[in-house]
Each structure stands twice: as C-alpha cells, then as structure tokens.
Design a protein around this ligand. Structure first.
Ligand code: FDA
Length: 308
C-alpha cells in the first residue's frame, strides 16, 4: 500500500514540489545519488573502480516534454563519455540511458528524436571503447524501447537492455532476446503496474525472475543479474555452476548505495559486479522509486526530517 502510494507520488508534480524543497531530503538522496554534477559523481565512480567494481552511469532525468532538455541530456552523455575515455577508464564504465530523457515522450516525432539521440550516445560509447544499456521504464514504453534496441543493435550489437520480471510479457521478450551477444539486464521492475500487465505479488515476481534468469543462463546471451535479493543471487550461482558458465559470460549488477558489502564480497569471490551510479539534479523519480522498494528507507527519510 505504502509502496503503491510512493510510486504514485513519484509521478506527481505537486509532491515533487514539496519533497524537493525540504532541505533535509538531500541527506537521504545522497545515499542513492552520487551528486548533482559529474564532477561530484566522478570521485565516487573512480573509488568504485579502484575497489575492483565496474560501473554503469545514469545521468538522471526522465519523461521530458522539452526538446531542449532532451538535447541537453544527450550532450551531458557525450561530455561524460569523452571524460571517461580521457581518464582511460572507459572499459570499466558504461552508460545507462532512459529513452524518455532523450525525448521519446515529445508530442511530435518523439520516437525518432530519442532514437537519434541514442545513436549519438552509442557512437560516443563506441569511440570511448565502452557500451550502453537502455533502462526500461513503465510498461507502456516496452514496445518502443525494444524497437529502438533492435535499430541500435544493427550498428551497435553490444547495446543492452533492462527487462522487468514483473511484466507478464517479459518471459516471451526474454526468449526473443536470448541470442548470442545480447546483453540483457534482468531486474524485478520498479514501476507501479496494473494487474492486467504485471504480477502483483513479490513471490510471483520472484518466480518469474527465476524463470527468466534460467532462459538467459541457458542461452548464448550475456545475462546481467540486476538484483540485491540474496535468493536471486544464490540461484544465479547455482545456475552458473549447472551451466558451466565462464565468469566473463555474465555479470551481477546492483544500485549505488544498496548492499555495498555484498557488492564487494562478490568481487572478492571473482565475480564481475557493475554498480549503477546515478547523478544529476533531476533525482526525484529515481529517489521515490528507491523509497518505495523498502519501507525502512521511508523511516530513514522520516527520521531525518524529525531530527532536523
Ligand atoms: P527486492 O526488492 O526483493 O529486494 C531484495 C533486497 O534488496 C531487500 O530485502 C533489501 O535488502 C535490498 N533492497 C532492494 N531495494 C532496496 C532499496 N531501495 N534500498 C535498500 N535496500 C534495498 N527497474 C526498472 O524498472 N527499470 C530499470 O531499467 C532498472 N534498472 C536497474 C538497474 C540495476 C543495476 C538494478 C540493480 C536495478 C534496476 N532496476 C530497474 C530496479 C529493479 O527493478 C528493482 O526495483 C530493484 O532492484 C529492487 O529489486 P531487487 O531485485 O533488489 O529485490
């Protein structure tokens, strides 16, 4: 119930206005977001790399209805990729991109504009010697995201995509994506979705996650296990042992600031772990989804308000 209300609030302009104006919100946001600017996020990213982790960087933003914003997002990614190439760390850093931040929701030619922006970012990723992954947004965007993925992969076959186990359609989509070289980040799903399109209970989502993971693990695709759930990680390890997968043929992924000890323990065990590092001033939607995932985060947030 709380989670659903928070997810509804994540899309409310009124609540955004309220929450982002509370000075103490920042302290809680900092736990999940690496800074508002790239120069704030850079030390965080380099620190993770120094510890043997790899990173996917997300420049926060979503649902833009302004073509200038979409262009600014594209420019921010191009600058970021150039900077990583100069630092010589591009092989360990890739980028995550939301098509709605690149203009997919613009009323006129949104799909084309966002695809063109994504192509520019993919070119910059290629020039920097790295890769890019498309985040998945709510269920209304899945067809368009997969269409953009198909286009992008004709020229940049290493472009990956996030797939949400909670959606009823995902098992079929994963079966289509389970081909050689296909980079698929399997996640549970962070959006509020109706019962007509999505599993509504955690145990159903978990079971769907395991089924999708099995398809990926038994295929020539490159599975990216995007979960903090210890049971999913343990099941992944069992499947890796069963299938005899080499360490270079899959990776684990977690979000910045969540289960950081486990991230390092997996690295110490010889696994590739990629941390999703978001930065930028448009953190409201991302932050609210993180609150919704865990009631303890809401308590932490409320406590910080009371203690101010
Ligand atoms: P689950 O929610 O069952 O949590 C398992 C355990 O993890 C919890 O008990 C807790 O210990 C810890 N945990 C989980 N969330 C936490 C939080 N917010 N704060 C503190 N602890 C937490 N979603 C999406 O719809 N589109 C996308 O593109 C992506 N991209 C993405 C990339 C990466 C790298 C990850 C890891 C996740 C995503 N997600 C996503 C989010 C994903 O869909 C999901 O909402 C979260 O990962 C939480 O699900 P878990 O699998 O961690 O399990």
């Amino acid at each position: 119930m709380l989670s659903r209300s928070l997810l509804a609030a994540s899309r409310s302009r009124k609540t955004r206005g309220l929450i982002t104006k509370i000075p103490m919100t920042r302290r809680v946001v900092d736990r999940f977001v690496a800074g508002e600017r790239l120069d704030e996020a850079s030390p965080v990213i380099q620190g993770l790399i120094a510890e043997g982790l790899t990173v996917t960087v997300d420049r926060l933003g979503e649902d833009t209805l302004d073509a200038n914003n979409a262009a600014a997002t594209r420019s921010a990614y191009l600058t970021m990729l150039k900077r990583f190439a100069e630092l010589g760390v591009a092989g360990r850093i890739e980028v995550s991109v939301k098509l709605s931040a690149l203009g997919s929701r613009l009323p006129k030619d949104g799909a084309q504009i966002s695809l063109e922006n994504a192509v520019r970012i993919a070119e910059a990723a290629r020039d920097a010697g790295t890769t890019m992954t498309l985040d998945m947004e709510d269920h209304t965007t899945v067809d368009a995201t997969l269409a953009a993925l198909r286009e992008l992969r004709t020229e940049f076959p290493w472009v990956g995509v996030a797939m949400q186990a909670m959606l009823l359609r995902t098992e079929g989509d994963i079966a289509d994506l389970a081909t050689a070289g296909s980079r698929v980040r399997l996640v549970k799903g962070a959006y509020r979705e109706p019962a007509s399109v999505a599993h509504q209970h955690k145990h159903e989502v978990d079971r769907a996650y395991v089924r999708a993971m099995k398809t990926l693990m038994h295929s020539p695709a490159y599975p990216m296990i995007g979960s903090h759930d210890q049971r999913m990680i343990d099941i992944a390890h069992t499947m890796i042992a069963e299938t005899g997968r080499e360490p270079a043929s899959y990776e684990f992924q977690m979000l910045h600031g969540i289960r950081t000890t486990e991230q390092r323990a997996l690295v110490a065990g010889g696994e590739t772990v990629r941390v999703y590092v978001p930065f930028g001033d448009d953190w409201y939607g991302y932050f609210m989804r993180r609150l919704a995932e865990r009631p303890a985060n809401v308590m932490f947030f409320l406590n910080s308000l009371v203690k101010r």
